[in-house]
Design a protein around this ligand. Structure first.
Ligand code: ASP
Length: 450
Protein backbone atom coordinates (compact mmCIF):
# COMPACT_ATOMS: atom_id res chain seq x y z
CA UNK A 1 0.00 0.00 0.00
CA UNK A 2 1.05 3.59 -0.54
CA UNK A 3 1.15 6.76 1.51
CA UNK A 4 0.18 9.83 -0.43
CA UNK A 5 0.62 13.40 0.73
CA UNK A 6 -0.92 16.52 -0.74
CA UNK A 7 0.55 19.98 -0.21
CA UNK A 8 -1.40 23.16 0.50
CA UNK A 9 -1.74 24.32 -3.10
CA UNK A 10 -3.27 20.92 -4.02
CA UNK A 11 -5.98 21.50 -1.41
CA UNK A 12 -6.64 25.22 -1.74
CA UNK A 13 -9.93 25.06 -3.66
CA UNK A 14 -12.71 22.80 -4.87
CA UNK A 15 -11.10 22.47 -8.29
CA UNK A 16 -7.94 21.17 -6.65
CA UNK A 17 -9.84 18.81 -4.36
CA UNK A 18 -11.57 17.22 -7.36
CA UNK A 19 -8.14 16.44 -8.78
CA UNK A 20 -7.07 14.99 -5.44
CA UNK A 21 -10.15 12.75 -5.38
CA UNK A 22 -9.40 11.42 -8.88
CA UNK A 23 -5.80 10.68 -7.92
CA UNK A 24 -6.81 8.77 -4.79
CA UNK A 25 -9.56 6.87 -6.64
CA UNK A 26 -7.25 5.81 -9.45
CA UNK A 27 -5.15 3.52 -7.30
CA UNK A 28 -6.78 1.45 -4.57
CA UNK A 29 -3.44 0.97 -2.81
CA UNK A 30 -3.45 4.67 -1.81
CA UNK A 31 -4.71 4.00 1.69
CA UNK A 32 -3.02 6.71 3.76
CA UNK A 33 -3.72 10.27 2.67
CA UNK A 34 -1.77 12.99 4.48
CA UNK A 35 -2.98 16.55 4.00
CA UNK A 36 -1.61 20.04 4.55
CA UNK A 37 -3.76 23.03 5.46
CA UNK A 38 -5.36 24.88 2.52
CA UNK A 39 -2.64 26.87 0.77
CA UNK A 40 -2.72 29.80 -1.62
CA UNK A 41 -5.29 29.91 -4.42
CA UNK A 42 -3.30 32.62 -6.20
CA UNK A 43 -0.01 34.37 -5.57
CA UNK A 44 -1.72 37.15 -3.57
CA UNK A 45 -3.68 34.74 -1.38
CA UNK A 46 -2.73 33.88 2.23
CA UNK A 47 -2.14 30.33 3.44
CA UNK A 48 -4.49 29.16 6.22
CA UNK A 49 -1.40 28.46 8.38
CA UNK A 50 -0.41 32.12 8.08
CA UNK A 51 -3.95 33.23 8.91
CA UNK A 52 -3.74 31.06 12.02
CA UNK A 53 -0.53 32.82 13.04
CA UNK A 54 -2.36 36.17 12.78
CA UNK A 55 -5.21 34.75 14.84
CA UNK A 56 -2.75 33.54 17.49
CA UNK A 57 -1.04 36.93 17.63
CA UNK A 58 -4.32 38.79 18.02
CA UNK A 59 -5.33 36.40 20.79
CA UNK A 60 -2.15 36.63 22.86
CA UNK A 61 -2.12 40.42 22.51
CA UNK A 62 -5.73 40.66 23.68
CA UNK A 63 -6.89 42.13 20.39
CA UNK A 64 -10.19 41.43 18.66
CA UNK A 65 -10.28 38.02 16.99
CA UNK A 66 -13.76 37.95 15.43
CA UNK A 67 -12.70 39.09 11.97
CA UNK A 68 -9.76 36.73 11.63
CA UNK A 69 -11.81 33.79 12.96
CA UNK A 70 -14.45 34.50 10.33
CA UNK A 71 -11.84 34.73 7.62
CA UNK A 72 -10.40 31.33 8.51
CA UNK A 73 -13.80 29.64 8.73
CA UNK A 74 -14.69 31.26 5.41
CA UNK A 75 -11.75 29.53 3.71
CA UNK A 76 -13.17 26.12 4.63
CA UNK A 77 -16.74 27.21 3.89
CA UNK A 78 -15.77 28.37 0.38
CA UNK A 79 -14.36 24.95 -0.40
CA UNK A 80 -17.41 23.16 1.03
CA UNK A 81 -19.79 25.40 -0.92
CA UNK A 82 -17.99 24.94 -4.19
CA UNK A 83 -18.06 21.20 -3.69
CA UNK A 84 -21.74 21.34 -2.70
CA UNK A 85 -20.91 19.31 0.36
CA UNK A 86 -23.07 18.67 3.39
CA UNK A 87 -22.43 21.48 5.89
CA UNK A 88 -22.31 19.23 8.97
CA UNK A 89 -18.54 19.13 8.95
CA UNK A 90 -18.39 22.94 8.88
CA UNK A 91 -20.01 23.16 12.32
CA UNK A 92 -17.28 20.95 13.63
CA UNK A 93 -14.54 23.01 11.95
CA UNK A 94 -15.98 26.36 13.09
CA UNK A 95 -16.20 25.12 16.67
CA UNK A 96 -12.62 23.90 16.62
CA UNK A 97 -11.38 27.26 15.32
CA UNK A 98 -13.36 29.22 17.89
CA UNK A 99 -12.27 26.90 20.65
CA UNK A 100 -8.62 27.96 20.17
CA UNK A 101 -9.29 31.31 21.79
CA UNK A 102 -10.47 29.62 24.98
CA UNK A 103 -7.13 27.86 25.53
CA UNK A 104 -4.96 29.17 28.31
CA UNK A 105 -2.42 31.68 27.09
CA UNK A 106 -0.48 31.78 30.34
CA UNK A 107 2.63 29.62 30.52
CA UNK A 108 1.42 27.53 27.65
CA UNK A 109 4.38 26.63 25.44
CA UNK A 110 2.13 24.56 23.18
CA UNK A 111 -0.39 27.27 22.40
CA UNK A 112 1.01 28.36 19.04
CA UNK A 113 1.33 24.70 18.04
CA UNK A 114 -2.36 24.13 18.81
CA UNK A 115 -3.30 27.08 16.58
CA UNK A 116 -1.02 25.98 13.75
CA UNK A 117 -2.05 22.33 13.87
CA UNK A 118 -5.73 23.19 13.51
CA UNK A 119 -5.11 24.18 9.87
CA UNK A 120 -4.28 20.63 8.85
CA UNK A 121 -6.58 19.00 11.41
CA UNK A 122 -9.68 20.75 10.08
CA UNK A 123 -8.62 20.16 6.52
CA UNK A 124 -8.28 16.43 7.13
CA UNK A 125 -11.85 16.43 8.46
CA UNK A 126 -13.04 18.27 5.39
CA UNK A 127 -11.20 16.01 2.96
CA UNK A 128 -12.47 12.86 4.72
CA UNK A 129 -16.06 14.15 4.55
CA UNK A 130 -15.58 14.94 0.87
CA UNK A 131 -14.18 11.49 0.05
CA UNK A 132 -17.03 9.83 1.91
CA UNK A 133 -19.71 11.81 0.11
CA UNK A 134 -18.12 10.82 -3.16
CA UNK A 135 -18.40 7.18 -2.31
CA UNK A 136 -14.96 6.34 -0.92
CA UNK A 137 -14.63 4.35 2.23
CA UNK A 138 -12.62 6.98 4.10
CA UNK A 139 -12.32 8.46 7.55
CA UNK A 140 -10.41 11.19 9.36
CA UNK A 141 -7.88 9.94 11.87
CA UNK A 142 -6.30 12.03 14.57
CA UNK A 143 -2.50 11.75 15.00
CA UNK A 144 -3.07 10.70 18.61
CA UNK A 145 -5.11 7.69 17.55
CA UNK A 146 -2.57 6.93 14.86
CA UNK A 147 0.26 6.96 17.40
CA UNK A 148 2.26 9.90 16.07
CA UNK A 149 4.19 10.51 19.27
CA UNK A 150 6.74 13.31 19.09
CA UNK A 151 9.34 15.01 21.26
CA UNK A 152 8.28 17.96 23.39
CA UNK A 153 9.89 20.66 21.25
CA UNK A 154 7.22 23.19 20.29
CA UNK A 155 7.47 24.22 16.65
CA UNK A 156 10.31 21.82 16.03
CA UNK A 157 9.19 18.36 17.11
CA UNK A 158 10.88 15.11 16.17
CA UNK A 159 9.27 11.70 15.95
CA UNK A 160 9.93 9.36 18.90
CA UNK A 161 11.09 5.81 18.17
CA UNK A 162 8.07 4.33 19.95
CA UNK A 163 5.75 5.78 17.29
CA UNK A 164 6.67 3.33 14.51
CA UNK A 165 5.13 0.25 16.14
CA UNK A 166 1.92 2.11 16.97
CA UNK A 167 1.52 3.45 13.45
CA UNK A 168 2.31 -0.03 12.12
CA UNK A 169 -0.89 -1.37 13.67
CA UNK A 170 -2.86 0.42 10.96
CA UNK A 171 -1.04 -1.37 8.19
CA UNK A 172 -3.94 -3.57 7.16
CA UNK A 173 -6.52 -0.81 7.01
CA UNK A 174 -9.42 -1.41 4.65
CA UNK A 175 -10.52 2.20 4.86
CA UNK A 176 -8.66 5.18 3.47
CA UNK A 177 -7.29 7.08 6.45
CA UNK A 178 -7.10 10.85 6.04
CA UNK A 179 -4.33 12.14 8.28
CA UNK A 180 -3.59 15.76 9.14
CA UNK A 181 0.08 16.51 8.48
CA UNK A 182 2.46 18.77 10.38
CA UNK A 183 1.90 17.70 13.99
CA UNK A 184 1.88 14.94 16.55
CA UNK A 185 1.31 14.58 20.27
CA UNK A 186 3.87 14.54 23.05
CA UNK A 187 3.87 11.73 25.58
CA UNK A 188 2.09 14.13 27.95
CA UNK A 189 -0.64 14.61 25.35
CA UNK A 190 0.22 18.11 24.08
CA UNK A 191 0.13 19.07 20.42
CA UNK A 192 3.56 19.74 18.95
CA UNK A 193 4.19 20.71 15.34
CA UNK A 194 7.19 20.03 13.16
CA UNK A 195 8.92 23.04 11.64
CA UNK A 196 7.15 24.89 8.81
CA UNK A 197 6.35 22.77 5.80
CA UNK A 198 6.36 19.74 8.09
CA UNK A 199 3.44 17.81 6.57
CA UNK A 200 6.08 16.21 4.34
CA UNK A 201 7.60 14.77 7.51
CA UNK A 202 4.28 13.27 8.62
CA UNK A 203 3.95 11.50 5.29
CA UNK A 204 7.43 10.06 5.55
CA UNK A 205 6.89 8.88 9.13
CA UNK A 206 3.61 7.20 8.27
CA UNK A 207 5.19 5.54 5.22
CA UNK A 208 7.97 4.17 7.41
CA UNK A 209 5.54 3.10 10.16
CA UNK A 210 3.27 1.07 7.88
CA UNK A 211 6.11 -0.16 5.62
CA UNK A 212 4.48 1.37 2.58
CA UNK A 213 5.70 0.29 -0.84
CA UNK A 214 5.98 3.96 -1.78
CA UNK A 215 5.60 7.48 -0.40
CA UNK A 216 4.02 9.76 -3.00
CA UNK A 217 4.38 13.45 -2.37
CA UNK A 218 2.03 15.51 -4.54
CA UNK A 219 2.85 19.14 -5.08
CA UNK A 220 2.44 21.72 -7.87
CA UNK A 221 5.51 20.99 -9.99
CA UNK A 222 6.27 18.03 -12.26
CA UNK A 223 9.12 16.90 -10.05
CA UNK A 224 12.53 18.12 -9.07
CA UNK A 225 14.15 20.24 -11.74
CA UNK A 226 17.77 19.71 -12.75
CA UNK A 227 18.33 23.45 -12.28
CA UNK A 228 16.37 26.38 -10.88
CA UNK A 229 13.48 27.39 -13.21
CA UNK A 230 14.06 31.03 -12.24
CA UNK A 231 17.42 30.81 -14.02
CA UNK A 232 16.87 28.17 -16.69
CA UNK A 233 13.76 28.48 -18.81
CA UNK A 234 11.81 25.23 -18.73
CA UNK A 235 14.51 23.05 -17.17
CA UNK A 236 14.31 19.27 -17.44
CA UNK A 237 12.96 17.33 -14.49
CA UNK A 238 15.02 14.69 -12.76
CA UNK A 239 13.66 11.18 -13.38
CA UNK A 240 15.52 9.39 -10.63
CA UNK A 241 17.73 10.67 -7.84
CA UNK A 242 19.32 9.06 -4.79
CA UNK A 243 18.79 10.23 -1.23
CA UNK A 244 22.38 11.40 -1.05
CA UNK A 245 22.12 13.44 -4.22
CA UNK A 246 18.88 14.90 -2.94
CA UNK A 247 20.50 15.90 0.30
CA UNK A 248 23.32 17.68 -1.55
CA UNK A 249 20.90 19.53 -3.82
CA UNK A 250 18.61 20.47 -0.94
CA UNK A 251 21.58 21.98 0.82
CA UNK A 252 22.10 24.38 -2.07
CA UNK A 253 18.57 25.65 -2.27
CA UNK A 254 16.45 22.89 -3.83
CA UNK A 255 13.41 23.20 -1.63
CA UNK A 256 10.82 20.80 -3.06
CA UNK A 257 10.64 18.58 0.01
CA UNK A 258 11.15 19.45 3.68
CA UNK A 259 14.75 18.77 4.69
CA UNK A 260 13.80 16.39 7.49
CA UNK A 261 11.29 14.47 5.42
CA UNK A 262 13.73 12.14 3.71
CA UNK A 263 15.19 10.42 6.73
CA UNK A 264 12.26 8.26 7.95
CA UNK A 265 11.56 6.94 4.44
CA UNK A 266 15.26 6.48 3.75
CA UNK A 267 15.84 4.41 6.89
CA UNK A 268 12.88 2.21 6.02
CA UNK A 269 14.10 1.91 2.41
CA UNK A 270 10.91 3.32 0.94
CA UNK A 271 11.09 5.14 -2.39
CA UNK A 272 9.70 8.68 -2.39
CA UNK A 273 8.05 10.08 -5.51
CA UNK A 274 7.47 13.77 -6.12
CA UNK A 275 4.48 14.30 -8.40
CA UNK A 276 2.25 17.06 -9.70
CA UNK A 277 -1.43 17.19 -8.68
CA UNK A 278 -2.08 19.33 -11.76
CA UNK A 279 -0.35 16.86 -14.09
CA UNK A 280 -0.62 13.42 -12.47
CA UNK A 281 0.28 11.56 -15.68
CA UNK A 282 3.80 12.97 -15.52
CA UNK A 283 6.05 10.34 -13.92
CA UNK A 284 7.61 12.89 -11.55
CA UNK A 285 10.89 12.36 -9.71
CA UNK A 286 11.66 9.21 -7.81
CA UNK A 287 14.06 9.33 -4.86
CA UNK A 288 15.68 5.97 -4.13
CA UNK A 289 18.65 4.43 -2.34
CA UNK A 290 20.50 3.71 -5.55
CA UNK A 291 20.09 4.41 -9.23
CA UNK A 292 21.70 3.38 -12.50
CA UNK A 293 24.31 6.04 -13.03
CA UNK A 294 25.85 4.87 -16.29
CA UNK A 295 24.41 7.48 -18.59
CA UNK A 296 24.03 10.58 -16.49
CA UNK A 297 26.82 11.25 -14.06
CA UNK A 298 25.26 14.59 -13.04
CA UNK A 299 21.64 14.82 -11.85
CA UNK A 300 21.36 18.45 -10.95
CA UNK A 301 22.98 21.83 -10.49
CA UNK A 302 22.08 24.00 -7.55
CA UNK A 303 23.34 27.21 -6.04
CA UNK A 304 22.90 29.21 -2.91
CA UNK A 305 23.95 32.76 -2.08
CA UNK A 306 25.01 34.56 1.05
CA UNK A 307 28.39 33.06 1.82
CA UNK A 308 31.62 34.66 2.97
CA UNK A 309 35.10 33.20 2.74
CA UNK A 310 37.94 33.88 5.17
CA UNK A 311 41.33 33.22 3.66
CA UNK A 312 44.24 32.53 6.02
CA UNK A 313 47.76 31.89 4.84
CA UNK A 314 50.87 31.26 6.89
CA UNK A 315 54.21 29.86 5.84
CA UNK A 316 54.73 26.33 7.23
CA UNK A 317 51.13 26.11 8.45
CA UNK A 318 51.29 22.39 7.76
CA UNK A 319 53.90 21.97 10.50
CA UNK A 320 52.29 24.18 13.11
CA UNK A 321 50.75 21.87 15.65
CA UNK A 322 47.20 22.82 16.75
CA UNK A 323 46.67 25.51 14.11
CA UNK A 324 43.35 24.06 12.94
CA UNK A 325 42.14 23.53 16.47
CA UNK A 326 42.85 27.11 17.47
CA UNK A 327 41.15 28.39 14.36
CA UNK A 328 38.01 26.38 15.02
CA UNK A 329 38.05 27.37 18.66
CA UNK A 330 37.90 31.04 17.70
CA UNK A 331 34.86 30.32 15.54
CA UNK A 332 33.24 28.30 18.31
CA UNK A 333 33.79 30.97 20.93
CA UNK A 334 32.05 33.50 18.73
CA UNK A 335 29.15 31.10 18.14
CA UNK A 336 29.93 30.75 14.42
CA UNK A 337 29.34 27.57 12.47
CA UNK A 338 31.21 26.99 9.23
CA UNK A 339 30.13 25.18 6.10
CA UNK A 340 33.36 24.18 4.33
CA UNK A 341 37.06 24.34 4.96
CA UNK A 342 39.15 23.78 1.84
CA UNK A 343 42.87 23.85 2.57
CA UNK A 344 46.35 23.86 1.00
CA UNK A 345 49.84 23.37 2.43
CA UNK A 346 50.18 26.87 3.75
CA UNK A 347 46.65 28.15 3.58
CA UNK A 348 43.11 27.42 4.58
CA UNK A 349 39.73 28.99 3.81
CA UNK A 350 36.68 29.00 5.98
CA UNK A 351 33.38 29.33 4.19
CA UNK A 352 30.47 30.44 6.35
CA UNK A 353 26.99 31.83 6.01
CA UNK A 354 27.15 35.60 5.98
CA UNK A 355 23.99 36.12 7.96
CA UNK A 356 25.90 35.10 11.09
CA UNK A 357 28.34 37.96 10.68
CA UNK A 358 27.18 41.25 12.13
CA UNK A 359 29.74 44.08 11.74
CA UNK A 360 30.67 43.64 15.38
CA UNK A 361 31.15 39.86 15.19
CA UNK A 362 33.15 40.17 12.01
CA UNK A 363 35.48 42.70 13.58
CA UNK A 364 36.00 40.50 16.64
CA UNK A 365 36.58 37.46 14.46
CA UNK A 366 39.21 39.12 12.31
CA UNK A 367 40.87 40.55 15.38
CA UNK A 368 41.11 37.18 17.13
CA UNK A 369 42.36 35.42 14.01
CA UNK A 370 45.07 38.05 13.54
CA UNK A 371 46.15 38.08 17.17
CA UNK A 372 46.03 34.36 17.93
CA UNK A 373 47.11 32.79 14.65
CA UNK A 374 49.55 35.45 13.44
CA UNK A 375 48.94 34.69 9.76
CA UNK A 376 50.99 36.13 6.89
CA UNK A 377 47.80 36.97 5.10
CA UNK A 378 44.23 37.25 6.28
CA UNK A 379 41.26 38.49 4.29
CA UNK A 380 37.54 38.10 4.06
CA UNK A 381 35.49 38.04 0.87
CA UNK A 382 31.75 38.67 0.96
CA UNK A 383 28.98 38.02 -1.52
CA UNK A 384 29.86 34.52 -2.58
CA UNK A 385 27.60 31.95 -4.10
CA UNK A 386 28.15 28.21 -3.81
CA UNK A 387 27.48 26.25 -6.97
CA UNK A 388 26.98 22.54 -6.65
CA UNK A 389 27.25 20.02 -9.43
CA UNK A 390 25.66 16.88 -8.00
CA UNK A 391 25.67 13.28 -9.13
CA UNK A 392 26.73 9.88 -7.82
CA UNK A 393 27.87 9.04 -11.34
CA UNK A 394 30.91 11.28 -11.11
CA UNK A 395 32.61 8.64 -8.99
CA UNK A 396 32.81 6.37 -12.01
CA UNK A 397 33.22 8.93 -14.72
CA UNK A 398 36.36 10.83 -15.40
CA UNK A 399 36.07 14.43 -16.49
CA UNK A 400 33.08 15.88 -14.67
CA UNK A 401 35.34 18.35 -12.91
CA UNK A 402 37.14 19.15 -16.16
CA UNK A 403 33.88 19.68 -18.07
CA UNK A 404 32.55 21.95 -15.32
CA UNK A 405 35.73 23.99 -15.08
CA UNK A 406 35.97 24.43 -18.85
CA UNK A 407 32.34 25.58 -19.06
CA UNK A 408 32.93 28.12 -16.32
CA UNK A 409 36.25 29.30 -17.75
CA UNK A 410 34.77 29.79 -21.22
CA UNK A 411 32.22 32.08 -19.64
CA UNK A 412 34.91 34.05 -17.81
CA UNK A 413 33.70 32.97 -14.40
CA UNK A 414 36.37 33.25 -11.80
CA UNK A 415 36.52 30.38 -9.32
CA UNK A 416 37.15 31.61 -5.79
CA UNK A 417 37.11 28.12 -4.38
CA UNK A 418 36.76 24.51 -5.47
CA UNK A 419 35.75 21.73 -3.15
CA UNK A 420 35.13 18.14 -4.04
CA UNK A 421 33.97 16.41 -0.88
CA UNK A 422 35.43 13.04 -0.04
CA UNK A 423 32.09 11.43 -0.90
CA UNK A 424 32.45 12.34 -4.59
CA UNK A 425 28.75 13.03 -4.84
CA UNK A 426 29.23 16.68 -5.61
CA UNK A 427 31.68 19.31 -6.72
CA UNK A 428 31.33 22.74 -5.24
CA UNK A 429 32.50 25.99 -6.74
CA UNK A 430 32.63 29.27 -4.86
CA UNK A 431 31.99 32.18 -7.22
CA UNK A 432 30.87 35.82 -6.98
CA UNK A 433 27.12 36.15 -6.54
CA UNK A 434 26.73 38.36 -9.60
CA UNK A 435 28.12 35.57 -11.82
CA UNK A 436 25.75 32.93 -10.50
CA UNK A 437 23.15 33.01 -13.29
CA UNK A 438 25.73 32.86 -16.01
CA UNK A 439 27.48 29.99 -14.27
CA UNK A 440 24.30 27.92 -13.90
CA UNK A 441 23.45 28.49 -17.55
CA UNK A 442 26.92 27.37 -18.62
CA UNK A 443 26.73 24.21 -16.51
CA UNK A 444 23.20 23.43 -17.66
CA UNK A 445 24.29 23.59 -21.28
CA UNK A 446 27.24 21.32 -20.58
CA UNK A 447 25.40 18.60 -18.72
CA UNK A 448 21.79 18.74 -19.88
CA UNK A 449 21.56 20.55 -23.14
CA UNK A 450 24.57 19.25 -25.05
N1 ASP B 1 0.78 24.11 6.76
C1 ASP B 1 2.12 24.05 7.27
C2 ASP B 1 2.95 25.18 6.72
O1 ASP B 1 2.45 26.01 5.97
C3 ASP B 1 2.75 22.72 7.06
C4 ASP B 1 2.76 22.20 5.64
O2 ASP B 1 2.05 22.70 4.76
O3 ASP B 1 3.50 21.25 5.38
O4 ASP B 1 4.09 25.31 7.06
Amino acid sequence: MKVIKFGGSSLASAVQLEKVLQIVKEDSSRKFVVVSAPGKRSSEDIKVTDLLISYYQAYINNQATTAIIEKIIQRYEDILDELALDKAVLTDIAQAIQHLSTLSNKNNPHLLDAFLASGEDNNAKLVAAFFKQRGLQARYINPLELGLIVSDEPGNARILPSAAAKIGQFKETEEILVIPGFFGYTEAGDICTFSRGGSDITGSIVAAGVHAEMYENFTDVNGIFVAHPGIIHNPKTIKEITYREMRELAYAGFAVLHDEALMPAYRANIPVVIKNTNNPKHPGTIITTSRMVKHDPVVGIASDQGFASIYISKYLMNRELGFGRRLLQILEELGLSYEHMPSGIDDISIILREQQLSAEIEEKLMHHLEAELEPDELRITHGLSMLMVVGEGMRQRIGVMADSAVALAENKINLEMINQGSSEVSIMFGIKENQEEKAIQALYETFFDA
